[in-house]
Design a binder for this molecule. Structure first.
Ligand code: NAD
Length: 383
């Protein structure tokens, strides 16, 4: 039984598995074949993977056809699905909420596909939770990028030439990314305010030395998985009124507010940006899921009335070495959790809680209840 690791597209700076992970899995008895050049984005040579116990394959189609288990980072390209072995297990991000055709193609090819986005948020699955590992690095990277784009320093500085006031940073959304952004901005010496719709986030914010912004939105809450529930339009309007004040007095605003599986809410409007001081910086970490900031452009830094709006994609890849380490460990932990020592395979157990949460296609069908296509309603005859 082969585990194969294809190379990521050239735009991706992260690598799905590092030599140390290969070594860990080979020690368990796994046979690992990597595509030549797998680690190039991080300067890791084929020889290092070979030394760790992997075999190399240059021909991508041959590699894909040889995989009983495929481990990768990004979702597979639709045109490559037909090269995958029937009955193989494919583990990667899948973007399942937005990729119905891809899910259909994987099912048709009889590939069992695990979506790393859907790993449940349980204590047992924490070590496999790629959304969290990557989000925390995105939070760090957002602060560093903001610091690089503002014309001020973060800490207070008392010098004979005068006293410099600390920068004010406002973080909207205090989940995994937001908390890491708070911690990073605090370490750099900024004064930090933060807000989240989940009241439970307040204690986390306070424990990091930031101030929690109170807004009375009525019933908000969270799902069983710890995700925020979507606000009503009325609640969002109320939220924006308070956020406007805080944006106007902040040097840096970082938005991280997401609703799992849905478009991110628009929180920072053009009117709010207009009220900010020229030279301020806004980072929209939700830009890839629709954006929290009106006018943010995916993949660009734009300027509006002197305010920089940063909408860069793939923020974890800015710290690609650590992001790869964490993602590779998430993958390795998942494989180890389901490793059958005798057969030396990743044993898919469809009834296991973790697998139930993240297995999207299996046995030629889409099996995850969230993504099973609904039969189209029959059109009623006119007249
Ligand atoms: P996320 O990326 O879906 O959202 C980011 C944050 O945005 C969340 O904190 C959410 O409450 C917030 N948000 C949504 N709408 C908002 C709005 N209108 N205004 C302000 N904030 C808004 O969530 P996440 O960061 O991946 O996780 C959220 C929480 O899940 C974590 O803080 C944690 O408590 C929990 N979690 C649990 C586990 C586990 O149990 N294994 C793992 C990871 C996270």
């Amino acid at each position: 039984m082969n585990i194969i690791i294809p190379k990521e597209p050239t735009a991706e700076l992260r690598v799905p598995l590092l030599p140390q992970n290969v070594e860990r899995l080979v020690k368990k008895g796994a046979t690992i074949i990597i595509e030549s050049g797998l680690g190039a984005a991080l300067g890791i040579s084929d020889a290092e993977y070979k030394k760790a116990g992997a075999s190399l394959e240059k021909n991508r189609r041959k590699l894909l056809a040889a995989g009983d288990t495929i481990l990768r980072l990004r979702k597979p390209e639709a045109r490559e699905v037909r090269f995958l072995k029937k009955g193989s297990l494919h583990v990667s991000y899948l973007d399942p909420f937005n990729e119905p055709a891809l899910l259909g193609a994987l099912a048709k090819q009889k590939v069992s596909a695990i979506s790393m986005e859907m790993i449940p948020r349980s204590t047992r699955a924490q070590k496999m939770d790629a959304l969290s590992s990557q989000a925390s690095l995105a939070g760090y990277a957002a602060v560093i990028l903001a610091a690089d784009n503002i014309n001020k320093i973060f800490p207070m500085m008392m010098t004979p030439a005068g006293t410099l006031q600390p920068s004010k940073v406002f973080i909207i959304g205090a989940g995994v990314a937001g908390l890491q952004a708070i911690a990073t901005a605090r370490r750099l010496g900024a004064r930090v305010d933060a807000f989240d719709t989940r009241p439970i986030a307040k204690n986390d914010v306070l424990s990091l030395g930031a101030k929690f912004v109170e807004v009375d939105l009525g019933e908000t809450g969270q799902t069983a998985q710890g995700y925020a529930k979507a606000l009503t339009e009325e609640q969002l309007k109320k939220q924006r009124e308070t956020m406007k004040q805080y944006c106007a007095q902040s040097d840096i605003v970082i938005t991280t507010a997401q609703i799992f599986g849905r478009k991110a809410p628009v929180i920072v409007t053009t009117e709010m940006i207009d009220a900010m001081k020229p030279g301020s910086v806004v980072v929209d970490l939700a830009v890839e899921t629709g954006g929290n900031v009106e006018g943010a452009v995916l993949g660009k830094i734009i300027e509006k009335k002197g305010v920089k709006i940063i909408g860069m994609a793939n923020m974890p890849a800015r710290v690609a070495m650590n992001a790869s380490q964490m993602y590779a460990n998430n993958l390795t932990n998942l494989v180890e959790e389901f490793w059958n020592k005798e057969k030396k395979i990743f044993e898919l157990k469809p009834d296991d809680d973790i697998i139930k949460g993240c297995l999207i296609t299996h046995g030629g069908r889409i099996v995850h209840p969230n993504f099973v296509p609904q039969p189209k309603e029959k059109k009623s005859k006119k007249g």
